[in-house]
Write a protein that binds this ligand. Structure first.
Ligand SMILES: [Zn+2]
Length: 149
């Protein structure tokens, strides 16, 4: 499977974040085939450096469901999560993580600390990488190119 409707929604959230001047990353939380929450990066909007797309989407999903964990839910995100988000995804008990482009510079799943492979990680989601990676990388490249111009 190369892409699907949930990753398409995450890409839309990434584009919308970019249009707001945020780093264009988007995330979607899905439970039983239903979108529970979706968000782009909101760090500038909220003056909150922890408001990465994944954390924002997890917060919204937990609020919507009225629970602190998201057991059985899947998370789609356009870029490999950073270490903070990888940990949040673990703490939320996300079942499956689908991410688009790899992030060798800032990722914490298959790059960097590889959080889920550490003995201090007590819940690791199943990880599927490379979904819509070309589109996800293009959105980021376009955004940072625009910043330089
Ligand atoms: Zn993050």
């Amino acid at each position: 499977m190369k892409t699907n409707q949930f990753m398409e929604l995450a890409l839309d959230e990434a584009r919308a974040a970019g249009a707001r001047g945020e780093v264009p990353i988007g995330a979607v939380v899905v439970l039983d085939g239903t979108v529970i929450a979706s968000s782009g990066n909101r760090t500038r909007e909220l003056n909150d450096i922890t408001a990465h797309a994944e954390v924002a989407a997890i917060r919204m999903a937990c609020e919507a469901l009225g629970q602190e964990r998201l057991t059985g839910a899947d998370l789609y995100v356009t870029l490999e999560p950073c270490t903070m988000c990888a940990a949040a995804i673990s703490f939320a008990r996300i079942r499956r993580l689908y991410y688009g482009a790899e992030d060798p510079k800032g990722g914490g799943v298959d790059s960097g600390v590889r959080f889920y492979a550490q003995p201090t990680c007590h819940h690791a989601p199943e990880v599927y990488s490379g979904m819509s990676e070309v589109q996800a990388a293009e959105i980021l490249r376009g955004f940072f190119q625009g910043k330089r111009d």
